[in-house]
Design a protein around this ligand. Structure first.
Ligand SMILES: C[S@@+](CC[C@H](N)C(=O)[O-])C[C@H]1O[C@@H](n2cnc3c(N)ncnc32)[C@H](O)[C@@H]1O
Ligand code: SF4
Ligand code: SF4
Length: 527
């Protein structure tokens, strides 16, 4: 039996994850890049900071600030610290970045999208970067979208982040090539650290497939920090970690430790909550953490909320207000996002909901629609005296688009970042290059949920269950499950440009819905 805590009081999993003692570091956020140039004006020509190195500060969907770099850009190295962590996005499907300093150079491949890369500075006074494939916008050439740079002396951090990035580069190549057996670990993982929920303890929310999910979860392992450490490279190499529990993550006794391990080396941890558990104690654990909390609300007032959930609407708004206020002192972390399922009975509440959330001070509102899945389709229920008819509540795509258009317009007016999930998902997982598989999920995201291993967030039937996974060697067990015969078949179909049998029955998936609508149109046109 492995010891979970050593004599010094440090946990075994902390050592496994290499959570190191504090080392010197200096962070420069995108907002501070101009300041850096200003403070080090001996090395920087301020005019060149403005015109040759960086473009103006921009806002990424209300999420964080960044600056486009020019194809070549420079950074001054404070105290000649030996490493730099860069958080940035590269837009071409694949790219290269060269860093030069003190007569040395390193050249790395870049995948597409937001990423974290740690490079040596060669202890130079100043380092210069060159972006291989420039992004051309209206004849203006740009390099990468730089969010921040952290100079540091933590060799362990450097090793871990560099390995993570190399894995992501190789994974992106496997996806583009449509490889069916993955050698790499998917750079995004979904986990489930909670199985219990305070609302379900009384009466589950009316649209929640609670009983169905709990049946699937029976016999699955508890995803403790120790369990996560045993996932090996499937945990270490993940660039982002999202908790998809049917439950309340802050209720778990390991919550604080989970926060520590999942946010190791600036990694982002996301989870969804009903918001009722965001007590002062829980908020204190979250403040300053690289976490993103999604709070599900679905109504603009207490009575509306009760129709679907329970009587604690005012408590959630109070918790959210307090969290948004308290985090101001912690670098505006955690990020606070709220979600709203648009239904027939609440579509008239979206404007009031958005005004309330703008007033509360959340970072973003996300609108989504009701899932379409066999375990819940056709549901009719009475919930706290209100009748709920699942099929009547579901809005058609044109109806959703009308509401969505109003949400986006109001979001602009209120200066509130607004996302329509039914549009966003396809955009995020669709191929960035021709001939790549039509959906990236089974390559780039591992759904290691206690309800089983799923190929994507819309999948409901597990591809593999925990009974079939070798848990004495969890890393090998996960590799086998992610490359099992059904997973290979699913990838083979997507790589060939078609939906296989698993996808075809996954009617909640926006890609599947779009394909089915196209087929329907083609059929009608042929008649
Ligand atoms: C299952 S909950 C678990 C997390 C947390 N207990 C909560 O309610 O936010 C995760 C998300 O699924 C959403 N959800 C639950 N049932 C749904 C359904 N039938 N259709 C669409 N979304 C649903 C919830 O609103 C929530 O945002
Ligand atoms: S709070 Fe979340 S997990 Fe709990 S019953 Fe409601 S939707 Fe389901
Ligand atoms: S159902 Fe298929 S196409 Fe849709 S997200 Fe899942 S794997 Fe991708």
């Amino acid at each position: 039996m492995r010891p979970k805590t050593d004599e010094g009081g440090r946990s075994w999993w902390r050592d496994q994850l290499g959570l190191a003692a504090e080392t010197p570091s200096a962070r420069l956020s995108a907002d501070a890049i101009y300041l850096l140039g200003y403070m080090t004006s001996k090395a920087f020509d301020l005019g060149s900071v403005e015109t040759d190195t960086f473009f103006d500060l921009e806002d990424h969907d209300g999420d964080f600030s960044f600056r486009w770099t020019h194809p070549r850009f420079r950074l001054k190295v404070p105290d000649r610290l030996p490493f730099v962590t860069l958080r940035f996005a590269s837009l071409p499907a694949s790219n290269r970045l060269t860093l030069r300093g003190a007569g040395h150079a390193i050249d790395v491949e870049l995948p597409n999208g937001w990423q974290t890369l740690d490079l040596p500075t060669f202890e130079a006074d100043e380092i210069e970067f060159e972006v291989g494939t420039v992004f051309s916008d209206g004849g203006v050439e740009r390099g990468v979208m730089l969010r921040d740079a952290l100079f540091h002396a933590d060799e362990n951090r450097h090793r871990r982040l560099f390995a993570r990035h190399q894995n992501a580069v190789r994974n992106a190549a496997e996806y583009r090539a449509g490889v069916v057996v993955l050698e790499t670990a998917p750079p995004r993982i979904r986990i489930t650290t909670s199985k219990t929920c305070n609302i379900a303890n009384e009466k589950a929310c009316v649209y929640c497939a609670w009983d169905f999910t709990k049946d699937l979860e029976r016999g699955s392992p508890d995803q403790t920090p120790e369990f996560l450490a045993r996932m090996g490279r499937y945990f270490h190499d993940a660039m982002s970690v999202t908790d998809c529990s049917y439950g309340e993550v802050p209720l778990e006794r390991h919550f604080e430790d989970v926060l520590v391990v999942t946010t190791e080396f600036d990694r982002n941890f996301e989870f969804t909550s009903n918001g009722q558990m965001l007590s002062p104690k829980v908020r204190a654990k979250l403040l300053g953490k690289a976490a993103r909390v999604h709070v599900s609300i679905d109504s603009a007032n207490a009575e509306g909320y009760r129709r679907y959930r329970d009587h604690r609407f005012d408590l959630i708004v109070r918790n959210l207000r307090a969290l948004c206020e308290e985090r101001k002192a912690g670098g505006k972390l955690p990020q606070v996002f709220v979600s709203f399922i648009v239904m027939r009975s609440n579509r008239d509440e979206v404007a009031d909901f958005m005004r309330l959330m703008a007033d509360v001070g959340v970072d973003r509102v996300t609108f989504r629609d009701l899932y379409r899945e066999p375990s819940i389709n056709g549901l009719r229920a009475i919930h706290y005296g209100y009748s709920f008819d699942y099929e009547t509540e579901r809005l058609s795509r044109p109806e959703l688009e009308v509401v969505g258009g109003q949400c986006l317009a109001l979001g602009d007016e209120l200066g509130l970042s607004t996302i329509l999930e039914w549009r966003e998902f396809s955009r995020n997982v669709s191929p960035a290059v021709d001939k790549a598989p039509i959906c990236s999920e089974p390559w780039q995201t591992a759904y290691l949920l206690n309800r089983g291993i799923m190929p994507c967030c819309y999948g409901r039937d597990p591809i593999a269950t925990w009974e079939t996974i070798d848990q004495s060697d969890l890393e090998a067990g996960i590799k086998a499950a992610l490359n099992s015969a059904p997973m290979q078949e699913l990838r083979r179909d997507l790589a060939a440009g078609r939906l296989g049998s698993y996808c075809e029955k996954t009617h909640s998936c926006p890609i599947v819905k779009a394909r089915m609508a196209e087929d329907e149109e083609a059929k009608l046109a042929a008649e």
